[in-house]
Write a protein that binds this ligand. Structure first.
Ligand code: HDD
Length: 689
């Protein structure tokens, strides 16, 4: 890797590999450990605790440059949070191509199988402020920056494949409605309030997306267990200039899984950092999150072959009709060094494309192409945010843009305009053959008009398809979610309007919600779409035990076989954490010892995927009561429970023995196997709670 010349800081042969970004970032890292303290001017500091005063009890002097510099910098430490997606967390990784996309796109990083491209990903919630709880019921942002040798390509998506609105001009209205209400700034990070649902009912293009945000998708178990979607229809363009429509998907290798609403609410109190902690810990312990990249492709000639408009961002392409082709895998393998420098200052933009990837006329996408640069100008304080280490491409960048706040590049020479003769007319645009980006020459003909296409006006068919595709437990969660959210609205008219709208999705859904709200349903569903798409149900997702967290309730004098069982569980990919009377170590009957990570004060059932009762009683009088509460809550959240060595006494007391997902087998091997199988199942929805 050369120095940060050429703007980018590329290797001499200009080839990008999985380490290119890491090598570039290394040039900006500073380790302050073991160094003498200095001011920002490099002056060594002799005292950092006392300001300069007249006498020990006298006033502070303006002359104190060290105090002034330290305080001024501190006073300016904060920058505006993102207007949306303020709460987020990022990680570095790499994307490896499985299969050449040569036939569809000329994008360099999608040509040769095995090519590795460095990436940075930021996951986020949408509505909440920067410090809000991460288990809000909300869509999740899933933004990926590919540092390719043709420039940065940003895939700025969500974990939901459709959006609330069809035209970007409505985005400020949507966000004003969802954010805390302006007169009292309540509620934080929640859609459960009047203005959001008033917006929904009066802008019925939202119908499909609210079905998703009221579903389990909006309360993911982990960033590692959610899908990602580019949402819009983009274009792939190959080197013959032929275009195909494309939608992008990220598929998590661990499958798509969620928590239940009661857990989500408790988690926001017990650990509002639950999702970032989960991501950080997984990467830190070498359990690298993996997501496969999929594409759905439609030929240009088939643009009008569907019963929806493929430019409408409130519509998805059912996977059963347009299969998802898996073309590569992203692995997140490095946590950031500094959250502000990297995660907070990263600037995504759906308009950051490379040759071979182009836009369509989706009016939501078109508006986004304006908004993202505009927002960075206020958030990052000027036009030079592309120079921040996290945002720099790893390929060269040269142009005649100059100056502005915080400019770091020292452009040498006399010329900063095009065309010129003094610098041989350089930097110079290059032809398409030499890698110059040329917009796809779509033929467009029309009148200037403020209107919505007729083909965008069906708001309910796919909302109904989503409902039809859900399993019974998923349907119940959706009913409960609507009932909770609307139940939190103060205005009866708002609740009534939404219920009326739901009739157009499904009468059964509407009447169940109406019943919970004490309302009656008027009208009936005119569309009656019977289509379903099994790919939309999480019940059909991959199920694996890997990285699932088991709370082991255990006390002094534990059985000698326990250690072997714990090792066997770990060998199957699960993570075990010991919960006991007090921290430190506990000793087993045979003298072996176990390190204790938690007491009942620091552990809570919602922080775990399963519980294993290895001791029904402890050394403190409260153990049994707290263990019982813990286990009961695990049961109520449908999670697996296991017990051995008299642990089943507790199950007897709670009446849980023999229930679905409650494992009490006697032999060690079959016990471990059954427990792991239960953990892989994620939840047991058929429990009577
Ligand atoms: Fe957006 C941020 C995703 C519609 C305007 N958006 C932002 C982020 C994600 C998305 C993941 C956070 C990026 C990060 O982590 O820094 N946005 C979407 C998706 C949309 C969408 C999937 C619909 C398909 N967004 C959308 C519209 C507009 C914006 C219609 C405005 C016209 N979005 C923004 C923004 C943000 C943003 C205001 C706030 C911070 C930022 O851009 O960098 O410009």
């Amino acid at each position: 890797m050369d120095s940060i010349k050429d703007g980018g800081g590329t290797s001499l042969d200009n080839k990008v590999n999985a380490n290119s970004k890491e090598e570039q970032l290394e040039q900006f890292r500073v380790d302050d450990k073991d160094k003498a303290m200095t001011t920002n001017q490099g002056l060594k500091v002799s005292e950092d605790e006392f300001s300069l005063k007249i006498g020990e009890r006298g006033p502070t002097l303006l002359e104190d440059f060290h105090f002034r510099e330290k305080m001024t910098h501190f006073d300016h430490e904060r920058i505006p949070e993102r207007i949306v997606h303020a709460r987020g967390y990022g990680a570095h990784g790499e994307f490896e191509l499985y299969e050449s996309m040569h036939a569809y796109t000329k994008a360099n990083f999608l040509q040769t199988p095995g090519t590795k491209t460095p990436v940075f990903v930021r996951f986020s919630t949408v509505a909440g402020s920067r410090g809000s709880g991460e288990l809000a019921r909300d869509a999740r942002g899933f933004a990926t920056k590919f540092y390719t040798e043709e420039g940065n390509y940003d895939l700025v998506g969500n974990n939901i494949p459709v959006f609330f609105i069809q035209d970007a001009i409505k985005f400020p209205d949507l966000i004003h409605a969802v954010k805390p209400e302006p007169h009292n700034e309540i509620p934080q990070a929640a859609t459960a309030h009047d203005t959001f649902w008033d917006f929904v009912a009066n802008n019925q293009e939202t119908a499909h997306m609210v079905m998703w945000t009221m579903s389990d998708r909006a309360i993911p178990r982990s960033f590692r267990m959610m899908e990602g979607f580019g949402v819009h229809t983009f274009r792939f363009v190959n080197n013959q200039g032929k275009s195909h429509f494309v939608k992008f998907h990220w598929k998590p290798v661990l499958g798509v899984h969620s928590v239940v609403w009661d857990e989500a609410q408790k988690l926001n109190g017990k650990n509002p950092d639950f999702h970032r902690q989960d991501l950080y810990d997984a990467i830190d312990s070498g359990n690298y999150p993996e997501f496969e990249l999929g594409v759905q492709i439609i030929e240009e000639k088939d643009e009008f072959q569907f019963d929806f408009d493929i430019l409408d961002p409130t519509k998805l392409w059912p996977e059963e009709d347009v299969p998802v082709k898996i073309i590569g895998k992203m692995t997140l393998n490095r946590n950031v060094d500094n959250v502000f420098a990297e995660t907070e200052q990263v600037a995504f933009h759906p308009g950051n494309v490379v040759p071979g990837i182009d836009f369509t006329n989706d009016p939501l996408l078109q508006g986004r192409l304006f908004s993202y640069t505009d927002t960075q100008l206020i958030r990052l304080g000027g036009p030079n945010f592309h120079e921040l280490p996290i945002n720099r491409p790893v390929c060269p960048f040269h142009n005649n843009q100059r100056d502005g706040y915080g400019r770091q590049t020292i452009n040498v020479g006399q010329v900063s305009y095009h065309k010129n003769s003094l610098a041989g007319n350089t930097p110079t645009p290059v032809s398409e053959e030499e890698g110059g980006y040329a917009h796809y020459q779509e033929k467009v003909d029309g009148r200037k008009i403020r209107a919505r296409s007729e083909s965008f006006k069906d708001h309910f068919s796919q909302a109904t398809m989503f409902w039809n595709s859900m399993s019974d437990p998923e349907k119940l969660h959706i009913v409960n979610a609507f009932s909770f959210e609307l139940g939190m609205c103060k205005e009866k008219t708002v609740r009534e309007q939404v219920v009326e709208m739901l009739v157009n999705v499904d009468e059964d859904l509407a009447s169940q919600v109406a019943k919970n709200l004490g309302l009656t349903v008027q009208g009936n569903n005119a569309s009656n779409n019977s289509k379903s798409s099994p790919a939309l149900s999480q019940s059909n997702s991959v199920k694996k035990p890997d990285t699932r967290k088991i709370a082991v309730l255990v006390s002094e004098g534990f059985d000698k076989e326990l250690i072997a069982i714990l090792e066997a569980l770990k060998a199957k990919g699960a993570q075990v954490e010991i919960v006991s009377d007090c921290q430190g170590t506990i000793t087993g009957a045979d003298g072996s010892s176990l390190a204790v990570q938690h007491t009942f004060l620091t552990a809570d059932s919602v922080l775990f995927d399963a519980v294993y009762i290895a001791s029904p009683q402890g050394t403190t009088p409260t153990y049994q009561k707290e263990a019982a509460y813990f286990v009961k809550e695990v049961y109520n959240h449908f999670k697996p429970i296991a017990a051995t060595f008299y642990g089943d006494q507790l199950l007897d007391e709670l009446g849980l023995k023999g229930q679905a997902g409650v494992i009490t087998e006697e032999t060690e091997t079959s016990f471990v196997e059954s427990f792991i199988e239960a953990i892989a199942m994620h939840r047991f929805w058929n429990r009577a709670v």
